[in-house]
Design a protein around this ligand. Structure first.
Ligand SMILES: CC(C)(COP(=O)(O)OP(=O)(O)OC[C@H]1O[C@@H](n2cnc3c(N)ncnc32)[C@H](O)[C@@H]1OP(=O)(O)O)[C@@H](O)C(=O)NCCC(=O)NCCS
Length: 441
């Protein structure tokens, strides 16, 4: 395809809010041994390197199932399962150790690439692996002894954090050690979920073999709260059997405090980048809180609000506000947060003596306009004003007078403003003044 500079520039600019939003965050990514065996795997590693380069703290957890099974088959050893779980006997444990060791070395080698003219040029990634996972045996269940199959007992989050703080990528294999010195075969997803929970990670990215879809109509599922995900699992067979354990892992990570879990089909080239840096993504997002939330702003939202309003200030649509001013007035602000990004805001500055409030700084990110979010923010501000016994809202605007008139505001004069506000009215800016009476509740 021919290179189109305008498309590139637009795409790069559109991705910048996400770049800021993800910097300094902790992401745990799990992928099966199938992904490592795929010829596309180096591309996935390049995407990990890019995330690392953009300041994301990365923990990678790999699986090893197909590699273990291939080794068992090559030795003519039979696979034993109980209740759908692999029983790891001595021969199987040997295969697990070999497969996990080989995979770790192969992944480390790919992360160490730095060939000029390749996406890894200049990446200089340091990889840390080690005894981060303490395991315990599954034991005997339903009369079946699972031998060396184990489950996570503890994750050494402090040690992992220390590595991440040094700028290292942490690589974890699906193995754990017990205080008695034994080795246990673990599921990569369990390790990833426990790791994300122990680190209180911002995201758990579960790379899967297929999309998360509704079975009846094949429609992709884009977002779910943990409660909705739980309900979907109960209404089997609306989901693919492979999807259920992934959803369960996502739910338990979110319930343990992980902000967001994403199920991503790893067969989509660049799935991680599309999910993290584009508006709609390509995967399924699971979170405890709704995907999009209108809420009172906190001091942590100041950077997000500034990012949203600065372009509008440059265009002269909004008046300039300094970080200090925003910090001082943050309690007046309401924001709409969508997947960690502030996409809308509005402020209510009350003038209680005049029983009036100023609606200010109403703004939506351009990609999220025209879907009634402006209206929702206005309704929310009106409710806040009424709760504070204010009887009217006024707004000063240079560009959006019609929008406000269509939402019940009427033209007004400087004399209609509270006296304190009249004193600081900027005649040069010549904003239109609009007023809306609020019904007494
Ligand atoms: C004004 C704004 C907050 C509206 O948010 P929104 O979520 O897009 O609003 P809604 O979905 O509730 O309403 C959309 C409707 O308003 C119209 N609209 C948007 N901006 C408008 C404006 N400046 N003047 C008149 N109408 C406008 C849209 O065309 C759309 O109408 P349509 O569906 O008939 O085409 C948003 O466009 C914005 O952030 N603008 C830039 C900042 C700004 O001007 N803020 C006001 C400063 S006080």
């Amino acid at each position: 395809m021919e290179f189109q500079p305008s498309v590139f520039v637009r795409w790069f600019r559109d991705s910048s809010p996400y770049i800021h939003a993800h910097r300094g965050r902790v992401f745990v990514v799990s992928f099966g041994g199938e992904a490592v065996a795929d010829p596309l795997f180096p591309g996935l590693v390049h995407d990990f390197a890019l995330l690392h380069g953009l300041g994301v703290s990365l923990v990678l957890v790999h699986g090893a199932r197909p590699q273990v099974e291939a080794r068992l088959r090559a030795r003519g050893v039979e696979l034993h399962y109980g209740n759908g779980l692999r029983i790891t006997d001595d021969a199987a444990l040997q295969c697990v150790k070999e497969a996990a060791g080989t995979l770790r070395v192969e992944i480390e080698a790919l992360l160490s690439m730095g060939l000029a003219n390749s996406p890894m040029a200049g990446a200089k990634i340091r990889v840390a692996s080690g005894n981060f996972v303490t395991a315990k045996p599954l034991g005997v269940r339903g009369g079946i002894d699972f031998r060396h199959t184990g489950e996570v007992r503890r994750i050494d989050a402090d040690a992992m954090r220390a590595q991440l703080e040094r700028g290292n990528v942490v690589l974890v294999s699906p193995l754990g050690y017990s205080p008695t010195g034994e080795i246990f075969n673990l599921s990569a997803e369990d390790v990833a979920t426990a790791t994300a929970a122990a680190l209180q990670a911002d995201k758990l990215l579960l790379l899967t073999e297929q999309d998360c879809i509704q079975m009846q109509d094949g429609a992709a599922i884009r977002q779910l709260t943990t409660r909705e995900a739980d309900a979907l699992i109960q209404t089997e067979p609306t989901l693919d059997a492979e999807t259920i354990p992934h959803l369960k892992a996502a739910i338990s990570a979110c319930q343990a405090g992980v902000q967001r879990a994403h199920l991503l089909n790893r067969n989509i080239d660049g799935a991680i980048l599309l999910e993290l840096f584009t508006r709609d993504g390509v995967g399924t997002l699971i979170s405890s809180t709704p995907f999009e939330e209108l809420r009172q702003a906190t001091i942590n939202d100041v950077a997000g609000i500034l990012e949203l309003i600065e372009p509008l200030e440059e265009e002269g649509i909004l008046i300039e506000r300094s970080r200090e001013q925003l910090e001082a007035e943050i309690d007046d602000y309401t924001v709409i947060e969508r997947d960690g990004l502030i996409v809308g805001c509005a402020a209510l500055h009350p003038f209680p003596d005049a029983y009036r409030g100023e609606l200010a700084c109403l703004a939506l990110h351009p990609a999220y306009r025209g879907e009634k979010r402006g209206e929702r923010l206005l309704e929310h501000i009106e409710a806040r004003a009424q709760a504070s016994s204010l009887t009217a809202l006024f707004v000063l605007t240079t560009h959006a007078a019609h929008w406000f008139r269509e939402h019940g505001f009427e033209n007004a004069q400087i004399a209609d403003l509270p006296t304190q506000r009249q004193a600081v009215y900027n005649h040069l800016r010549n904003s239109k003044i609009l007023l809306k009476a609020l019904n007494a509740s």
